[in-house]
Design a protein around this ligand. Sequence first.
Ligand code: UD1
Length: 419
Amino acid sequence: MEKLVIQGRTRLEGEVTISGAKNAAVALIPATLLIKGVCTLENLPNISDVQIQCEILKDLGATVEWLDPNTARIDTTNITSHKAPLDKTSKFRASYYLIGALLSRCHNVEVGLPGGCNLGARPIDQHVKGFEALGATVDVATGKVVAHADELVGASIYMDTVSVGATINIMLASVFAKGTTTIDNAAKEPHIVDVANFLNSIGADIRGAGTDIIKINGVEKLKSNSTYSVVPDQIEAGTFMLAAMATQGDIVLKNCISEHLDCLTAKIIEMGGKVIESGDEIRVTCDKRPKKTNIKTAPYPGFPTDLQAQMGVVLALAEGTSVISENIWESRFQYTYELIKMGAKITSQGKTAFFEGVESLSGAPVSATDLRAGAALIVAGIAAEGTTELYNLQHIDRGYENIEEKFRKLGANIIRIRE
Ligand code: UD1
């Protein structure tokens, strides 16, 4: 078992380079199944979700060659199977993209149910609704998703819930569908635009990604060769911006897109921090205790649920009482119980948590309850007095590349120990 040992309290200062977006990468890798050829994906984050997604592609018959730790050359010319087993798909949520991609490529799919962080119920009814509207039969009764389509035909699909996964999955399934597919009430996250950009760069005809309505005009074939670079990770960037606030530090983030973080920037300014944007850099400084604020998580461009826990750490240390309303995932306050072990004063009820800010936290043994909670607890440990031991690191390794090294370069005293 591995643990992180963090010695606080440290003011973080310096520069950090943001990696490619996990949530884009895990969709782009299965998207390469749509071409019968070779894609070189650059700026892939070196994280376990990406590695597993590549392993699954290899099981399907693709070859994956790593040109360096962040660049993979994926050859999907010879796909020999349409089955992805549960032992791999259950390790992460984004295995659901194999359904849309394999439906497009093979018209047949057998994929173990997706896993991932335990954030409460994680239905896929909107994905299924979309595939069925395109003409597929879908069976999810047997612990796996089995889908088949004689042919895929464009359709008008209204999403009852704004869903990132369903929006991308329907895009993937409809690239070759006859006629036009319309996704109404689509999600607008930057990685949806990134996947659409990638698909368009290889010959798909997708319009409106990044708005509520996406139209996909079916095409007959795609280019058989391409190179694409993954968009920077706005959640990783947001994690470091909030780390600057929690430690009253001064951090320059390199390789990020500031527009993707507008809602967080607004909140940081509201809390008394300073944000300076210049090209692909963002500098966040905070020279006094942050002020309270209230947060309501919402689909993009609202405040991301994936930054809720990191913001929770800042609010646990802020002046005054703040309120967070979590509107996407029902079990996303599990980290608050770990923060309470570190001296935070937090009460939660249903979708709402109240943070009565304290002047300092104290190090304690804590456990990463999910991916973003893990990152938040690292930040808490750096900001806290004394020693924090953080367990359950497999969650963090799913989504953050070299996280302790990046924090160490900013001055944190943090080491990984194998017990
Ligand atoms: C993606 C992100 C995840 C992020 C989440 C919300 C990836 C790989 N993961 O997850 O990090 O926390 O977006 O920004 O990109 N829903 C349904 N039916 C469905 C699908 C979703 O009711 O068929 C509901 C969910 O329960 C949730 C909401 O819609 O309440 C949003 O889920 P969705 O956007 O689909 O999240 P994911 O794609 O799983």
